[in-house]
Every structure is written in structure tokens, then in C-alpha cells.
Design a protein around this ligand. Sequence first.
Ligand code: SAM
Length: 279
Amino acid sequence: MDKGILFLVATPIGNLGDITIRALKTLKEVDYIVAEDTRQTLKLLNHFEISKPLLSYHRHSSESKEIEIIQLLIKGKNIAIVSDAGTPAISDPGEKLVKRAIENNIKIEPIPGACALINALIASGLDTDKFAFYGFLPQNNKNRKEILEQIKQENKTLILYEAPHKIKETLIDLSDILGSRKIVLAREITKIHEEYIRGNIDDVIKNVENPKGEYVIIIEKSSLNKKEKEIELLNNKTLEEHYEYYKNKGIEKKEIIKKIAKDRNVQRNEIYKYFLNYN
Ligand code: SAM
């Protein structure tokens, strides 16, 4: 018996008109629909007069739930996975199930459609040739700052998802760590209150007094060139690490001191004194 197919069906991110003909056809034809929140998906299915058995699958679902879904596919059932909105497996459940299905030689078929990050990016007006998506930043302050330090160096347009009650805090962190950059807040894409707030981070912060709705943050890429990035990385290290970096390149002490002073924009004498007895 042939195995079933796992369809990854994108659903609208606000405007029901964005459902695709293939999405409707697939949802009508599969044996089961796996949904992140079955109540939410029921609303969508009722709107399009589709009636199907629903299976719940969300980020806290147990491994046994995945096995149950895979077993159905192995038995030849066709299954569609949908999330509450947009493309499944993008900051939404689906990724683990896709991996498990592939391990079990199950065919995967994406049914393309709305995805908040792509629509925010194309409407942002920022560069679209290279971009990096980081989803939701970690909640933990230290991990969050670590990631921001990392992405600061990216020479690509950056995309983040954020909940409205955390938007302000995240923008402040972005301003502190990334410095002055253009950003775009794409809000309520495809919905009635859709808007794009464009400007410098600090100006945009002033414009989000009472954030409501759903937001994607698009951030201009780093404008530093390779050499400037290297210097910035070194300046974030200790003086000793900075010294060792040049020493490992075979550079002599006098020259290292000159370079460190230049990188850090300080008097050569200060660095000389610091490393007086250092070899
Ligand atoms: N899988 C979805 C997709 O394809 O974009 C993303 C799901 S993620 C749990 C939800 C986040 O996506 C929201 O917090 C927000 O950052 C972003 N988002 C979803 N719909 C949006 C919309 N209509 N406008 C702006 N951002 C949206």
C-alpha cells in the first residue's frame, strides 16, 4: 500500500481572501487536517464549508502525537498540516513533523501561500537580495542580547517576529545594540489596520506608544565593511584577547600596541603602559 502525503498548507495571515485555490482543494481532499489550534482552524474550515476530521498538534504536543500522525501517513492517509495563520513550520509547529515524516520516507508537498515575514520584507522598501530571519528573540535577557550581538554583524536585512506587548522593549534593545539603523514595523499585514512604520529605530520607538496587533520588524543590514566589523569584534574583547589576536598573526609587540590604539581610538601611550610587562 502506498504511503500518504503530508501537505504543508499555508493559510491566510488575516485576510481570508488570501486562501489559495490549491489550499482549499487540498483541505477538501485530505483524510485528516492537523491543526495548531483546532478551534481556530474550525473557524477557517466553516467559512469555506469544509468538514474534515481534525487532529491537534502544537508546540507542546508529545512525541506519541507525532508517531500517531506518522502512523496514519504510513497507512496511506493523506494529511494536511495547518497553523493558526500563515505558513506552517515558520515560527509555528510543523518542522519536527516534517523531519519525522522524511525519516519515514513520506512524501512532503508544500501548498504555498501567505507568510508574514516575506510580505513584511517585500513591503519594507529595504534590501531584499539577502536577508536573515530570526523568528522571535529569546525571552531570557542574556540570550536575547547574545543573539542581537551576533546578528549585529550580519550583512543582510534582518527580520524578527515580536508580540505587541514586547515591541517597545525589543526596539530599545535593537537601538542599544545595533545602533542607528533604518527599520520598518509591518503591522497587521492584510488586515484592516495594516500599516508600515518606517524610519530610524529611535524615531520609530516614539511612534509606538500603544502597540496593538501583530508586528514584523525589518531591520536594515549592517553598513560596516569587513575590516570595520573585525575591529568592532576585537574592541568587544578584552585588551589581552585583542593583543593575542595580533600576536597570533606573528605581529611584533610595538606594532600590536600601535594597532590596538588605532582600533580603540585611544592614545598609544595608554596601551603601551597597560602592556608594559606583558609578553
Ligand atoms: N507561520 C506564520 C507565518 O507564516 O508568518 C507565523 C506565525 S508566528 C506564531 C506569529 C507571528 O507572525 C506574529 O507574532 C507576528 O510577528 C507575525 N505575524 C503573523 N501574522 C501577521 C500579520 N498579519 N501582520 C504582521 N505580523 C504578523
